[in-house]
Each structure stands twice: as structure tokens, then as C-alpha cells.
Design a protein around this ligand. Structure first.
Ligand SMILES: [Cu+2]
Length: 66
């Protein structure tokens, strides 16, 4: 199990949270996604995670991982 953490600015409400979660959940190997709107942290857990793929998914949702 690997855990990757990203700081994603611009997320402000439940819709942002849902959009990011939905996109990232589709990335190969992802087993869990936690979004904290207060800290702007996105924690992704899974096996053989691709940092590039997770970043691309966050971008696809309309946000940018720092
Ligand atoms: Cu929002």
C-alpha cells in the first residue's frame, strides 16, 4: 500500500471534493481517496500508484496539484 499526498488549491466545497475524488478514483491502482477542504490536502492510497496519472486526474477535474 502506497500513500501519496498532494496539496490542491482551489477546492472550496463539496462539489470540488466530489469532482477530484471521482477523477482520482478512476486512476489505476487507486483504492481510496481522502480530500480535506480545510487543509487542501488530497491523500491517495493504493498499489503501484502513478504520480503522473494522479496529477493528470486532478488536472482533469479542473484543479492543480502543487
Ligand atoms: Cu466547489
Amino acid at each position: 500500500m502506497t500513500e501519496l499526498t498532494y496539496t490542491v488549491s482551489g477546492m472550496s466545497c463539496g462539489h470540488c471534493k466530489a469532482a477530484v475524488t471521482e477523477e482520482v478514483e478512476q486512476v489505476s491502482g487507486v483504492e481510496g481517496v481522502d480530500v480535506d477542504l480545510d487543509t487542501k490536502l488530497v491523500v491517495v492510497r493504493g498499489e503501484n500508484l502513478s504520480d503522473d496519472a494522479v496529477r493528470a486526474a486532478i488536472r482533469e477535474a479542473g484543479y492543480e496539484a502543487a
